[in-house]
Design a protein around this ligand. Structure first.
Ligand SMILES: [Zn+2]
Length: 137
């Protein structure tokens, strides 16, 4: 019983030592992490802007296929009335749609159904898009 207690005490002191070492190791790790900060790889250069230019060229070409009056409207709207992050002309000639007597443009014919399903929402989006476009210019 006495011996068992001694072993237990010994074990506790060993645990205590190893715990202390752990703290030291952790401190070392923190130092190592900090010193490693200077070795971060240099950020890779971003992709050449050529792709953007070709997209702009394609958009201009597609919008250019519309009637002159429609071109003006499409340029004012700039983005699809349904997929508002999709540029008009980025998916071919923009699809033209009449909603409540107003001409709206869509990035593709696939958006027509959604545009017609909620004309008010679509027209509100067009108004927003045009407002955003005119304030930034
Ligand atoms: Zn579309």
């Amino acid at each position: 019983m006495l011996m068992l207690g001694g072993i237990f005490d010994l074990g506790r002191s060993v645990v205590g030592v190893s715990h202390h070492r752990c703290v030291c190791l952790a401190a070392l790790l923190v130092v190592a992490t900090f010193s490693g900060c200077g070795e971060q790889p240099v950020a890779a250069p971003k992709a050449a802007p050529e792709q953007d230019n070709s997209l702009e060229a394609e958009i201009a070409e597609m919008i250019g296929k519309l009637d002159e009056a429609d071109q003006k409207l499409a340029l004012e709207q700039k983005f699809c009335a349904v997929q508002i992050h999709e540029r008009l002309g980025s998916m071919g000639v923009p699809a033209k749609l009449e909603l409540d007597g107003q001409t709206v443009f869509l990035c593709c014919e696939g958006c027509e159904k959604s545009a017609k399903s909620d004309p008010e929402k679509t027209l509100a989006r067009v108004a927003e898009l045009k407002a955003a476009n005119t304030t930034t210019n």
